[in-house]
Design a protein around this ligand. Structure first.
Ligand code: MG
Length: 387
């Protein structure tokens, strides 16, 4: 029986994780759930799974929740509450599914205590990959990917010698703007950018898929997760989202992982690791699949890919700056403050003004993150003034 804590239980990954646990209550025990502001759903989840601890974003919400839950449940608050939950001495596995870097400190706390991490929040390795991987190497914590592409690579790499792997190839659906003109993209409303053709996901990752920054962040995540240099990680467009990613071995063999898009598969790969879930949630029938196609991404229409690569090559605090600027610019787009194409212009401008600190500690990373958000807001404010 594995003792599990979920950070971000009310989001799309959190709900799918609970679905996996619901299907096999004998294999998992839920110790704690953390959520941001959807406390109605958190309350229902707590009633169903009876975790002993909950954590929510603010003290008002915590108070409200305390009044509704029984005496046996402890309700914690804010980032500190999430850290306490993640560091639970009895937890074996912490599922990290909070959008952005909001769960950075709790995740590091869990890694330092040697807990296994099922990682859905790719931004954590983007911003603090070196720190997180070094801490995991010290403590023996295993960082298990939940992102579908990284789960695919993780599965393909099982049994392969690292020196015999030539390339990692991440597939990208291309998002809602794959075959859209630059003019249409410029005029795109938030609702169009959030309408992903293949996956139903939270807002942050849906928007990142539309700009393709999601794939840029995933390249950086793969670099840390599998310790493969950036120039040996490639991106290919695969609109059907059936091949979730591939590896190429030195002899030219391509190994891929295929399945219908359903996050419960990569989640269960992490939850059951090193075993596998004993039954499929959805079976993939090859003869029912439409044609599988692959093509090069348009790097001019989607500058996010090269911005992410550039940030990864410059290293130090630059990936944290890329990530924070992307978050701030994405929020401004969703709030109607800037146009879709401006998102990457803001990210590029913030990066251009950043002086990289090499080998940053956690404090330097958090400082760079704050700086980038403020800088992005200044640039966005100027944009608004010009309109
Ligand atoms: Mg992904």
């Amino acid at each position: 029986m594995k003792n599990v804590v979920i950070l971000g239980s009310t989001g799309s990954i959190g709900a799918n994780t609970l679905d996996v646990i619901r299907s096999d209550r004998k294999s998992f025990s839920l110790l704690g759930l953390a959520a941001g502001n959807n406390i109605e759903l958190l309350e229902r989840q707590a009633a169903e799974f009876s975790p002993r601890r909950l954590a929510v974003a603010g003290s008002g919400r915590a108070e409200k929740l305390r009044r509704k839950t029984g005496a046996g449940v402890t309700v914690l608050e804010g980032e500190e509450g999430m850290v306490e939950l993640a560091a639970d001495p009895d937890a074996d596995l912490v599922v990290v599914a909070v959008p952005g870097t909001a769960a950075l400190l709790p995740t590091l706390a869990a890694i330092e205590r040697g807990k296994d991490i099922a990682l859905a929040s790719k931004e954590i390795l983007v911003a603090a990959g070196e720190l997180a991987m070094a801490a995991a190497a010290r403590s023996g914590s295993r960082i298990l990917p939940v992102d579908s592409e990284h789960s695919a690579i993780f599965q393909c790499l099982r049994g392969e010698q690292p020196r015999e792997v030539r390339r990692l190839i991440l597939t990208a659906s291309g998002g809602p703007f794959l075959d859209v003109s630059r003019d249409e993209m410029a005029a795109a409303a938030p609702a169009a950018a959030l309408a992903h053709p293949r996956w139903k996901m939270g807002k942050k990752v849906s928007l990142d898929s539309a700009t393709m920054m999601n794939k840029g962040l995933e390249v950086l995540e793969a670099h840390w997760l599998f310790s493969v240099p950036l120039d040996r990680i490639e991106v290919v467009i695969h609109p059907q989202s059936i091949v979730h990613s591939l590896i190429e071995t030195n002899d030219g063999s391509l190994l891929a992982q295929l399945s219908l898009p359903d996050m419960r598969l990569p989640i269960s790969c992490a939850l059951y690791y090193p075993d596998r879930c004993p039954r499929p949630f959805r079976q993939t029938i090859l003869s029912e699949l439409e044609g599988l196609t692959f093509r090069e991404p348009d790097r001019e229409l989607f500058p996010a890919l090269d911005l992410a690569l550039r940030a990864g090559r410059e290293g130090g605090t630059m990936p944290a700056v890329l990530n924070a600027a992307n978050e701030a610019a994405g929020e401004a787009f969703l709030a109607g403050k800037i146009s879709f194409l401006k998102i990457m212009e803001v990210v590029e401008a913030v990066m251009a003004g950043h002086r990289v600190a090499a080998e940053p500690d956690l404090e330097a990373i958090l400082r760079a993150d704050r700086w980038a958000r403020n800088r992005a807001k200044e640039i966005i404010g100027r944009e608004e003034g010009n309109r």
